[in-house]
Ligand binder design. Structure first.
Ligand code: BGC
Length: 249
C-alpha cells in the first residue's frame, strides 16, 4: 500500500502484547491490518526495540513513529516499570527506538495516548468537564481530561486499594489469572470506579483495553450513577493515539 503524509505508524507497547498499524491521523482509523507481537520476555530495552524494528520492516515504513509505553514518561524517558523490565527505568524510550529503527520516534504513556484518541475520535459527547479514561489490560492505565485537555501521567492504577493497589485488584489480567466470573470482577471494578469517581468527579468514565469488547457482560455490575461507557475505538485506541501524538510532533 502507498502511504501519504497523514499515514503514521502507531505502536501500542503493553505488558502482554505489542500492537501496531498504520493510522490515518486525520480520520482516526487504521489503514492496515493490526500487527501483534507477544511482548518478549524479558521485556528488556533491546528486546522491545527489536520488536518495534520488526514492525517497521513488516510495514515497509519510513516516517515518524508514535509509541504508547506502559510507564510514566517524561520527555521521552521512562520513569517507572510496573509490567516491563526494570532496566527501562530512566531509559530514553524515544532515543532507544530511534537507535534501532533510524526513524524519529515520539513516546508517551500508553493510557494517555489511548485516551487522547478516544476523546478526539471515539467519544461522541461534549469534551467539556472532566472525563476519566481507563485501560483495563495487564495493568490499569489512566488518562484524565479537563475540557478536552489531558493531565498526563495520572497512574490511578497504582492507587492504594484494599491492602493492595487498584491494578492488582481489578485489572483484566487479574480477572484471567484468578478466573473471576463477570459478576465478581465487575463488582471489583465497580468498587474501584466508585472510589475514583469520589476523587475526581468525572462526568463520564470511558473504559478501554481488550476487555472493552465484553462491556455488556460486566456493565450490569457497575453503578449506573457512574455513567460508564465502553471505548468506541476499543483496543485500537492506543495505536491511533500513538500515531496521533507523533503527528503533533
Ligand atoms: C503502568 C501505567 C500504564 C498501565 C497500562 C501500569 O502498570 O504503571 O503507566 O499506563 O499499566 O499499561
Amino acid at each position: 500500500m502507498k502511504f501519504n503524509k497523514n499515514h503514521i505508524l502507531g505502536i501500542d507497547i503493553g505488558g502482554t502484547g505489542i500492537k501496531g498499524a498504520i493510522v490515518d491521523v486525520r480520520k482516526g482509523i487504521l489503514v492496515t491490518e493490526k500487527m501483534k507481537i507477544k511482548t518478549p520476555a524479558p521485556a528488556s530495552v533491546d528486546n522491545i526495540c527489536k520488536a518495534v524494528k520488526e514492525m517497521v520492516v513488516a510495514f515497509k515504513y519510513n516516517g515518524v513513529i508514535g509509541c504508547g509505553f506502559p510507564s510514566v514518561i517524561k520527555n521521552g524517558i521512562a520513569l517507572t516499570a510496573a509490567n516491563i523490565d526494570h532496566s527501562w527505568i530512566n531509559t530514553p524510550v524515544d532515543k532507544s527506538i530511534e537507535k534501532y529503527t533510524k526513524l524519529k520516534t515520539f513516546v508517551a504513556n500508553d493510557a494517555d495516548l489511548a485516551g487522547l484518541a478516544e476523546v478526539k475520535f471515539g467519544y461522541k459527547g461534549k469534551k467539556s468537564g472532566t472525563i476519566l479514561f481507563l485501560t483495563l489490560g495487564t495493568g490499569i492505565g489512566s488518562a484524565l481530561f479537563l475540557n478536552g485537555v489531558l493531565i498526563p501521567n495520572t497512574e490511578f492504577g497504582h492507587m492504594k486499594f484494599k491492602d493492595s493497589i487498584v491494578e492488582k485488584y481489578a485489572s483484566n489480567a487479574i480477572r484471567e489469572r484468578e478466573n473471576l466470573d463477570w459478576a465478581t470482577w465487575g463488582s471489583r471494578l465497580n468498587e474501584v470506579l466508585e472510589h475514583m469517581a469520589l476523587l475526581v468527579d468525572p462526568k463520564v468514565i470511558l473504559l478501554g483495553g481488550g476487555v472493552s469488547k465484553d462491556f455488556e457482560s460486566y456493565a450490569p455490575f457497575l453503578n449506573p450513577k457512574l455513567k460508564v461507557e465502553a471505548s468506541q475505538l476499543k483496543n485500537s485506541a492506543g495505536i491511533i493515539g500513538a500515531a496521533l501524538f507523533a503527528s503533533m510532533g
